[in-house]
Design a protein around this ligand. Structure first.
Ligand code: PEP
Ligand code: MG
Length: 886
């Protein structure tokens, strides 16, 4: 018989932490903690296989499930000494979703399940406090109504506010038993009128309703979007955890909290968390009451209120013991939910805590020093793409600023943007190229798309573990939350702070590192790249086998890339070098010239500029390999676009206006990705590539002579589609090399190779390799031509395509998913057949994408080349790729 239900509690469990696929992350860790003997309330997990079964069988459960659930429920009853539905001594349970990977897009939690008009009396007796029982009851109806029955939660909140107003109460806790009883009736009325059905009284009916809601939530649009954004397969399914309730709201000796074993924002080794006295867990994360700090150190810092350490020292000490055990056990920073019921501590959840990139780095390196992790383990702990956050600017400490208010430093990084007051407009305005900050009173899972699109997030309510804070840290977005002075009016699209009012067109700057909110734009500075960062990078470098180069053509970019550890230039695009004021005229003269002599004369003016550019690059690179690509775009990109400009060009180049106009329209490519561009220009106008080759070789000679260090330029020909093209061009480039060597009376080593970026080139790679010493995959063009998509398509109809899973992934993300990787393998094999030692690399954008780098490692490429800011990402990803294989 299939085991669909796994039990845990009383020092033992059916499952283990390793069983995340089957039990979900939450269930697996509850099992593990129970086996470790930690104080976990007893419960059971309905497996992810039930979820798969449910969807494969028209939303029905396996036959054996009901009996297994009943058996497990009885086990909880006997452990707790209570019974489900027993009016005298009722068992209450929580029901929570729990996928193998954390998924905030799903149904989260129903607490206090099992309450009805009879059992609430039994609960009241047990607690010696009827207020507590009725408060739990009204919470249950509200939560169940919202997440299981789909009743608009505002209806409940409005009814609660009305009850408080009527009774003259400030806080939820001020409501009397009678007021709560009335509220329960009102709530039930809301459910009845919203759903047409009475609120279910039967605890078993409640339980199956909640289980069904968890499974259904797996396929809500929100969950589907979240999975798409995070590359999570729908096949995983979610588990359901049912667990005996313990109560943090049983008076002033009870509490509930969320904590981290280290600071998730900075990585500092200090316990870090929040709690509320006399509250249930949701109160902490929902941002409704602002929680108090866990430790005295935190209390002495920015946070308000007395710490748990001071208020409940005994529970705090027990909790600290649990922290230490769990961190050592899991060898990772833990995110822990706990409840204290009348001075007895319970642990409700542990998981590896989400953290910012700086924190991930600090924790990984610190854990090696503490002997918890080896270097290789530390290297896989940091997500390569997250390093981006460490490399980007922070506020210039010297810059003047006008701080308008402060909130909590929820996720670091400084950013400026105009204000967006709802998720949809944040998404739309970002898509239109505007940088926005999403401003909300508090965020909810419905805001995910807007949070994703915004540059930063600012909320008026909620603590360090509020939804906004947790999600922003996961996304690596700067976030300031709980800025209590802010009055956010999303309907009026205004933000008020004291006497100041800001609207959609106003700009603010937020600093998620210290929680400040400033008006206007505050300038930023580059980060320091030392300490933990360089240590982790050194470890990565000893592990990886792929080399990492950069795509750079300006001295500025080259210097940045070198700072980030680039080992060469994989792509120097020369066309940018023609656009400067002084050069573009000569370039236009060249294009407009009537004959070869005219073209040569114009090119002769450009040559010294180009040579000077290359000299600078060779000098900066100090003998590292430098691949220079010859001219690539179609010529019309250099010509003017409007009448005014046409006239200016005619004047400057002494060409009749009519001729300028005719030549411009002759050269216009309908699709600038295709047609007369790349090596085709080189074949038809030999002078262009000859000039460029000369500039390269002369520069290399000059630098070699001056430095005494050998300079070995790699000349790269773009857009080859047939072997013959390269054969012709290679012969001409070699001629230039020989001529320059004779003039300079010195030999110069060099390599000539090509990009593989036209699909045909991959198919005839063997023939091309006869003439090429290296291949570099131009996966930008290769992807666009292979998939028939341009980059601009990725945001338009592609959204619908991805949602419907018509395409497996964003075509510009990963080479193995799009199938472009197959073309690369074909080309690699063809190339190596003709020339076994051919050097093979990649210089399209994919060279900086983690998944694609994993692919390049598996495919046995020699190097990846990426933009300067991605060099550290590539170094780390290459190391992780090497470890994956092992
Ligand atoms: C490519 O096509 O991948 C490439 C690197 O060239 P470009 O992006 O300049 O077309
Ligand atoms: Mg290209």
């Amino acid at each position: 018989m299939v085991q669909w239900v796994y039990r845990f509690g009383d020092g033992s469990a059916d499952g283990t932490a390793q069983m995340k696929q089957l039990l979900g992350g939450k269930g697996a860790n509850l099992a593990e903690m129970a086996s470790l003997g930690l104080p976990v309330p007893p419960g059971f997990t309905v497996t992810t296989e039930v979820c798969s079964y449910y969807y494969a069988n028209g939303r029905r459960y396996p036959d054996e499930l009901s009996a297994q659930v009943m058996g497990a429920l009885e086990a909880i009853e006997s452990s707790m000494g209570t019974s489900f539905g027993d009016p005298a001594n009722p068992l209450l349970v929580s029901v929570r979703s729990g996928a193998p990977l954390s998924m905030p897009g799903m149904m989260d939690t129903v607490l206090n399940l099992g309450l009805n008009d009879q059992t609430v009396e039994g609960l009241a007796d047990r607690a010696d406090d009827p207020r507590f029982a009725y408060d739990s009851y009204r919470r249950f109806i509200q939560m169940y109504g919202d997440v299981v029955l789909g009743v608009d939660h505002h209806l409940f909140e409005d009814a609660l506010d009305a009850a408080k107003a009527k009774g003259g109460s400030q806080l939820d806790t001020d409501l009397s038993v009678d007021q709560l009883k009335t509220l329960v009736k009102t709530y039930k009325g809301i459910v009845k009128s919203s759903t047409g059905q009475p609120f279910p009284d039967d605890p078993l009916e409640q339980l199956w309703g909640a289980v069904g809601a968890v499974f259904s939530s797996w396929m809500t649009p929100r969950a589907v979007t979240y999975r798409r954004l995070h590359d999570i397969s729908a096949a995983l399914g979610t588990a359901v955890n049912v667990q005996a309730m313990v109560f943090g709201n049983m008076g002033m000796t009870s509490a509930t909290g969320v904590t981290f074993t280290r600071n998730p924002s900075t990585g500092e080794r200090a316990y870090y968390g929040e709690y509320l006295v006399n509250a249930q867990g949701e109160d902490v994360v929902a941002g409704i009451r602002t929680p108090q700090p866990l430790t005295k150190v935190m209390a002495d810092g920015a946070m308000l209120g007395k710490s748990l350490e001071e208020v409940m020292p005994q529970s705090y000490n027990e909790l600290v013991n649990v922290f230490e055990r769990l961190e050592r056990h899991y060898k990772d920073m833990q995110d822990i939910e706990f409840t204290v019921e009348r001075n007895k501590l319970y642990i409700l959840q542990t998981r590896n805590g989400k953290r910012t990139a700086p924190a991930a780095l600090k924790i990984a390196v610190a854990m090696v020093e503490e002997g918890l992790l080896g270097r290789e383990e530390a290297v896989v702990r940091v997500q390569p793409a997250s390093l981006d956050q460490l490399l980007h600017p922070t506020l210039d400490p010297k810059a003047p600023r006008e701080v308008i208010t402060r909130g909590l430093p929820a996720s670091p990084g400084a950013v400026s943007g105009r204000l967006a007051f709802d998720a949809d407009s944040a998404e739309q305005r970002s898509a239109a190229g505007e940088g926005v900050i999403l401003v909300r009173t508090e965020t909810s899972p419905d805001d995910i798309h807007g949070m994703h699109a915004a540059r930063g997030i600012l909320t008026a309510r909620g603590g360090m573990t509020s939804h906004a804070a947790v999600v922003a840290r996961g996304m690596g977005k700067p976030c300031v939350c709980g800025a209590g002075d802010l009055e956010v009016r999303s309907d009026a699209k205004t933000l008020r702070v004291g006497s100041l009012t800001f609207g959609e067109n106003d700009t603010l700057t937020i600093d998620g590192g210290d929680g400040t909110v400033m008006s206007g734009v505050v300038p930023t500075v580059d980060p320091e790249l030392s300490g933990d960062f360089s240590r982790l990078m050194e470890w990565a470098d000893t592990i990886r086998t792929l080399r990492v180069r950069t795509n750079a053509e300006t001295p500025e970019d080259v210097k940045t890339a070198l700072r980030f550890g680039a080992e060469g230039i994989g792509l120097c695009r020369t066309e940018h070098m023609f656009f400067e004021e002084s050069r573009i005229i000569a370039m236009r003269e060249m294009i407009l010239a009537a004959d070869v002599a005219g073209r040569r004369a114009a090119l002769a003016k450009i040559l010294p500029f180009q040579r000077a550019d290359f000299v600078e690059i060779f000098q900066l690179m100090g003998g590292m390999p430098v691949t220079i690509r010859l001219l690539d775009p179609p010529l019309h990109e250099f010509l003017p676009h409007n009448d005014d400009e046409l006239q200016k060009v005619a004047d400057a180049t002494h060409t009749p206006l009519a001729r300028v106009r005719r030549r411009t329209s002759e050269l216009r490519e309908a699709n600038p990705m295709l047609g007369l561009r790349g090596c085709r220009v080189g074949v038809l106008f030999p002078e262009v590539y000859e000039m460029q080759a000369r500039a390269i070789f002369e520069a290399a000679h000059d630098v070699q002579k001056a430095s005494g260090q050998s300079v070995i330029p790699e000349v790269m020909v773009p857009l080859i589609g047939s072997a013959r093209e390269l054969e012709i061009l290679k012969a001409r480039i070699e001629e230039v090399a020989v001529a320059v060597a004779e003039e300079r009376k010195e030999k110069l080593a060099h390599h000539i190779g090509t990009m593989i970026e036209v699909p045909r080139a991959a198919l005839v790679a063997e023939a091309i390799a006869e003439h090429a010493e290296f291949f570099s995959f131009g996966t930008n063009d290769l992807t666009q031509m292979a998939l028939g998509l341009s980059r601009d398509d990725s945001g338009s109809f592609m959204d619908a395509y991805l949602r419907e899973e018509i395409f497996p992934a964003d075509p510009f993300q990963s080479l193995d998913v799009t199938g472009v990787g197959k073309l690369i393998e074909i080309a690699r094999d063809g190339g190596r057949k003709a020339r076994p030692n051919i050097k093979v690399g990649i210089c399209g954008e994919h060279g900086g994408d983690t998944q694609s780098i994993f692919f390049c490692h598996r495919a046995g490429l020699d190097y990846v080349s990426c933009s300067p800011y991605r060099v550290p990402i590539a170094r780390l990803a290459a190391a992780q790729a090497a470890l994956q294989k092992a």
